[in-house]
Design a protein around this ligand. Structure first.
Ligand SMILES: [Zn+2]
Ligand SMILES: [Zn+2]
Length: 244
């Protein structure tokens, strides 16, 4: 399976990452990608960007080194209802809204039921495009319930390549179950690097390996084509206009 976009990357603005937008985009170009999402952490991340950063992000060039750059955020889920740490004006002005659980960002891991409810709350947030690393064992959720909620809402769940590294140890079995459930219920996923340094951009090997082993259908993987990615982004936007 070949991917056209990496929709989850972090720059120096995240406070614990090492490369600039230019370095990330150039690395994406070298890997043959057509698009990246610049998705620094939401404002609750210790050492992360102030909200002013997201205003300035709107001035980012649309293309860097021939790679289309989406202006995004990986927002933090801050409570049991699945609310996020980003003011609505940014959720509505950015191109790409990722949301996920992170330690020390407002929501402490609860029971499986509590985590599941919070994650489903974020799935149902009309601004959210992708739920990041839902297989994180530090915030265990009821995988089938989450997959079904994503399917119902038409939202996308991430298979995060970085989860197979040191950053979220113990993720593999849960990511495998997510993959199997998503296949069974025909729910879309997105494979991302979650790169925190230029050379990790476009690194998808372990996540793709998991999908291949599960014989996961390529048509259910959002970022296999730019067309699919863009039409999903506009579908969410249209949905928002209808509901507001
Ligand atoms: Zn990070
Ligand atoms: Zn994350």
């Amino acid at each position: 399976m070949k991917l056209a976009a990496d929709l989850h990357t972090h720059t120096v603005a995240s406070g614990h990452a090492f490369s600039t937008v230019k370095e990330m985009a150039e690395a994406a170009a070298e890997r043959g990608l057509k698009m990246i999402g610049v998705t620094d952490h939401g404002v609750n991340m210790p050492g992360g960007p102030h909200e002013y950063y997201f205003s300035q992000l709107l001035g980012l060039p649309r293309f860097v080194g021939g790679v289309e750059v989406l202006r995004g955020v990986e927002a933090n889920i801050v409570d049991g209802a699945g609310n996020l740490d980003m003011p609505e004006r940014y959720l509505s002005s950015l191109d790409l809204i990722l949301a996920g659980f992170h330690e020390d960002c407002g929501y402490d891991p609860g029971s499986v039921e509590e985590n599941t409810r919070a994650m489903i709350g974020a799935i149902n947030n009309p601004y959210v495009h992708i739920i990041t690393h839902p297989g994180n064992p530090s915030f265990p959720v009821d995988i089938e319930k989450v997959v079904l909620a994503a399917k119902r809402a038409g939202k996308v769940l991430e298979i995060n390549n970085n989860s197979f590294s040191l950053s979220r140890p113990g993720s593999s079995p849960r990511c495998r179950t997510f993959t199997e459930m998503a296949k069974r219920h025909k729910t879309a996923v997105c494979v991302n690097s979650d790169a925190h340094i230029w050379h990790a951009v476009g690194q998808f090997d372990q996540a793709l390996n998991l999908l291949e082993k599960a014989r996961f259908p390529a048509e259910l993987v959002l970022n296999t084509s730019l067309e699919k990615t863009k039409s999903y982004l506009s579908w969410v936007k249209n949905l928002l206009q209808k509901t507001s």
